[in-house]
Design a protein around this ligand. Structure first.
Ligand code: UD1
Ligand code: MG
Length: 451
């Protein structure tokens, strides 16, 4: 059965107190929307549709970044979750499969829960809602069960009577039905309720009135944690990081100070990797087995191979490819560059848009001058080359295999393999000059001090 995921993301998120729509706030390095889309991909959804409204232009930009498999539809006015889900009908017309509605601000739903929902659908339920036993049910919709466990209705807290409010089985917000059935039911929803909104949750009672069957999948309350405020976002971040740290430790990663290491949603770390204190992972980092990341590194969009040694105090930016046994030391920044096996860039360097050959040694303070103010250019360093300290490599430029540059050189022309390139003024020594010069300066100062 084909599956479509409809992500509701039109709300403003008033309590975020932000110019940005709520779903664009970041958790574990990526937007809440990226978490929801990631869930869709994890369950191999055939279609992913985002319903945008508040800040739709910003949401569209993010959707475009997330990939061409994600579609966006607009909900001009936020008239309720039922109305929002209904907006997806335009892109799902003729879609022959199940549609799952997901709230865009619930980043902890596990793929396994969605798989259970699909299984519950396949086993004869026309509508499936995901519920949880709430510690404090106050604001949630209540799942009202029939004898025998089928779902009779979902009643919003504001509309519930006393007996219904006493129910602790609550609505997570996820609802699934065959796409055509869902949109058909949504077409019947009215707004005659305490909020004057079109409640998606009404599809359950409407389905039952038609003689269709509704069922419940239960998940853990921790999966349903949503983000409503900055405080909630910070709490969600803490929760995510706690879990990611625990998972890393279980997977054979050494964390010398787990509470100070921050992972992104998609961080991949191999076995026997050692990570020091205060390391931050942005999105898109993969580290192979046995690499070491020393304290105070910031890594994003990079790949680090087996046995490489990074930091302390290194910054790897998108497109940094660090091959096996390479060393990247303190105060080194690398962007969009390949550092081949065993190469060393150990101190105070900027390497951008460069290819660094195997076992090359890049001296302290080397800078690839990759940007001319308009365009970026590449620097090629051959295998085993030795770049002297404080070399400026003005790209586009290449240094051949086994070549050297004298320290302090500004290299503007290609250097052939095995050559030594020197581009600095020749040193002149003037015997005794310094002593005479200083004496003269002191005499001038003495005269001034005496007035
Ligand atoms: C909803 C459920 C409630 C459930 C709770 C779980 C309904 C009617 N109620 O209530 O049963 O217990 O979630 O958190 O579904 N949105 C739109 N367009 C709209 C309205 C909402 O896109 O017109 C989006 C919001 O951006 C948000 C999500 O839908 O991401 C949920 O909306 P919200 O207003 O927070 O619903 P709740 O009242 O929390
Ligand atoms: Mg809500």
């Amino acid at each position: 059965m084909a599956v479509a995921l409809i992500i509701l993301a039109a709300g403003k998120g008033t309590r975020m107190n932000s110019e940005l729509p709520k779903v664009l706030h970041r958790l574990a390095g990526v937007s809440l929307l990226a978490h929801a889309v990631g869930l869709g991909r994890a369950v191999e959804a055939d279609k992913i549709v985002v319903v945008a409204g508040y800040g739709a232009d910003f949401v569209r930009e993010e959707v475009e970044k997330l990939g061409s498999d994600v579609e966006i539809v607009l909900q001009d006015q936020q008239l309720g979750t039922g109305h929002a889900a209904g907006c997806a009908a335009q892109v799902l017309a003729g879609f022959d499969g199940d549609a799952i509605v997901l709230l865009g601000d619930n980043p902890f739903i596990r793929p396994e829960t969605i798989t259970e929902v699909l299984a519950a659908r396949a086993s004869g339920n026309d509508v499936v809602a995901v519920g949880f036993e709430a510690n404090n049910p106050a604001k949630y919709g209540r799942l009202i069960l029939q004898d025998g466990g089928a779902l009779a209705a979902i009643v919003e807290a504001k509309d519930a009577d006393e007996a219904e409010r006493a129910v602790s089985l609550c609505n997570s917000g996820i609802i699934c039905a065959k796409s055509s059935v869902l949109f058909d039911l949504i077409g019947q929803i009215g707004d005659d309720n305490a909020s004057g909104e079109y409640y998606l949750t009404d599809v359950v009672a409407l389905a039952n009135a038609r003689g269709l069957k509704s069922g419940v999948v239960i998940c853990d309350e921790s999966e349903t944690i949503g983000v409503d405020s900055r405080e909630g976002l910070a709490r969600a971040e803490g929760l995510f990081q706690d879990r990611a740290r625990a998972r890393a430790l279980e997977n054979g990663v050494t964390l010398s100070a787990p509470d100070t290491v921050f992972f992104a949603l998609d961080t991949v770390i191999g076995r026997d990797v050692i990570i020091g204190a205060n390391v931050v992972f942005g999105p898109g980092v993969t580290i192979e087995n046995g690499a070491e990341i020393r304290a105070f590194c910031h890594l994003e969009g990079c790949h680090i191979s087996q046995g490489a040694l990074i930091g302390p105090f290194a910054r790897l930016r998108p497109g940094a490819e660090i091959s096996a046994d390479a060393h990247i030391g303190n105060f080194v920044e690398i962007k969009n560059s390949v550092v081949q096996n065993g190469a060393k860039i150990n101190h105070l360097s900027y390497v951008g848009d460069a290819d660094i050959g195997a076992r090359a040694n890049i001296g302290a303070g080397t800078i690839t001058c990759n940007y001319d103010g308009v365009m970026k250019h590449r620097t090629e360093i051959g295998a085993g080359a030795f770049i002297g300290s404080n070399t400026a490599l003005v790209a586009p430029v290449s240094v051949g295999a086994g070549a050297m540059t004298g320290s302090g050189s500004v290299i503007t022309q290609d250097v052939p393999g095995d050559a030594l390139a020197l581009s600095r003024s020749k040193q002149v020594n003037r015997p005794g000059f310094a002593a005479k010069f200083m004496a003269r300066l002191r005499a001038v100062k003495d005269l001034k001090d005496k007035g």
